[in-house]
Unconditional design. Structure first.
Length: 258
C-alpha cells in the first residue's frame, strides 16, 4: 500500500467527544479531511450546530449528539445514535474533558467527582460501549485517548494545582496501556495523545497568568497551534499505525523532555 492509502480514512466512521470546539474540533477537521464520517458530541447543542456547519462547509459528513459524558447514560445514547446512522464505528477519539484549579488541601469533593467522572469514567464507559457495539464484533478499531502531559508529571510549584485533572489524565494513560494489551486480540489499537499547552477554553485561565513563563520553558518556544495535533490524530486513526498500540505520545514542544 502507498502511504496515501495507509492514511486514507474514506468510508470510516469516527466519534470525537468534545468535538464542538478546541482540540476536538481540530481533530474532527483532520479525520474528516481524510474521508471519515464524523460524529461529534458535546453538552451544548448550539455549539454542536456551529461545529457541524463548519465541518460540512469543508465537505465532511457530520452527525451531532448532544450528551454529557459525565453522566453514565450518555455512552449508550451516543453509540446508539451513531450505529443507527451509519451501522459501524471504526475510530473513537476520547477528547471530552474538564479541569479544576485548587490547592490539593482545598480541592472540593464535588469538583473531584466532576473531573474524574468525565475524564476517566466517561471515557471508560464510552470506550466499553463502542467496543461491544462495533469494534469487538468486527475485530477492528482505533481508539485515541486525548490525555495530557499533566498525566505524565506534576505541575510546577508556581502553577495552580490541578490534582484531579492530573490524576484523571494519568489514569487515562494507564487505561490506554491496559486496554491496548487486553483488546489486541480483537485487532483494536489504543493509543494516547498527550498535548502540552494549546490555547483553548480550558487553558485560558492558566495562560492568562503564565503564558510567558510557559513559552520560555518550552524548547520550541511557542504554544501548540491549530495544526499541531492533526497529523498525529490521522496517523493513529489510520492503517499507518497498525503496529502501534499502548503508546502515550506527547505533543508539547518538548516541555516534557527536559
Amino acid at each position: 500500500m502507498s502511504v496515501k492509502d495507509l492514511l486514507n480514512l474514506q468510508g470510516r466512521v469516527a466519534i470525537v467527544t468534545g468535538g464542538s470546539r478546541g482540540l476536538g474540533l481540530q481533530i474532527a477537521e483532520a479525520l474528516g479531511e481524510m474521508g471519515a464520517k464524523i460524529a461529534i458530541t458535546a453538552r451544548k447543542a448550539h455549539e454542536l450546530d456551529e461545529a457541524k456547519a463548519h465541518l460540512e462547509a469543508q465537505g465532511v459528513e457530520v452527525l451531532t449528539v448532544a450528551a454529557d459524558l459525565g453522566q453514565p447514560e450518555a455512552a449508550p445514547q451516543i453509540v446508539n445514535a451513531v450505529m443507527e446512522k451509519w451501522g459501524r464505528i471504526d475510530i473513537l477519539v476520547n477528547n471530552a474533558g474538564a479541569t479544576w484549579g485548587a490547592p490539593a488541601e482545598q480541592h472540593p469533593l464535588d469538583a473531584w467527582h466532576k473531573v474524574v467522572n468525565l475524564n476517566l469514567t466517561g471515557t471508560f464507559l464510552l470506550t466499553q460501549a463502542v467496543g461491544v457495539a462495533s469494534m469487538i464484533p468486527r475485530k477492528s478499531g482505533r481508539i485515541i485517548n486525548v490525555a495530557s502531559v499533566a498525566g505524565l508529571q506534576g505541575n510546577h510549584p508556581k502553577m495552580a494545582g490541578t490534582l484531579a485533572y492530573n490524576t484523571s489524565k494519568g489514569g487515562m494513560i494507564t487505561m490506554t496501556m491496559a486496554l491496548a494489551s487486553e483488546w489486541s486480540k480483537y485487532g483494536i489499537t489504543v493509543n494516547a495523545i498527550c498535548p502540552g499547552y494549546f490555547p483553548t477554553k480550558m487553558t485560558k485561565g492558566t495562560l492568562d497568568y503564565a503564558e510567558k513563563a510557559i513559552i520560555e520553558s518550552t524548547p520550541l518556544g511557542r504554544l501548540g497551534g491549530p495544526e499541531d495535533l492533526k497529523g498525529l490524530a490521522v496517523l493513529l486513526a489510520s492503517d499507518a499505525s497498525a503496529y502501534m498500540t499502548g503508546q502515550a505520545i506527547a505533543v508539547d514542544g518538548g516541555i516534557s523532555a527536559i
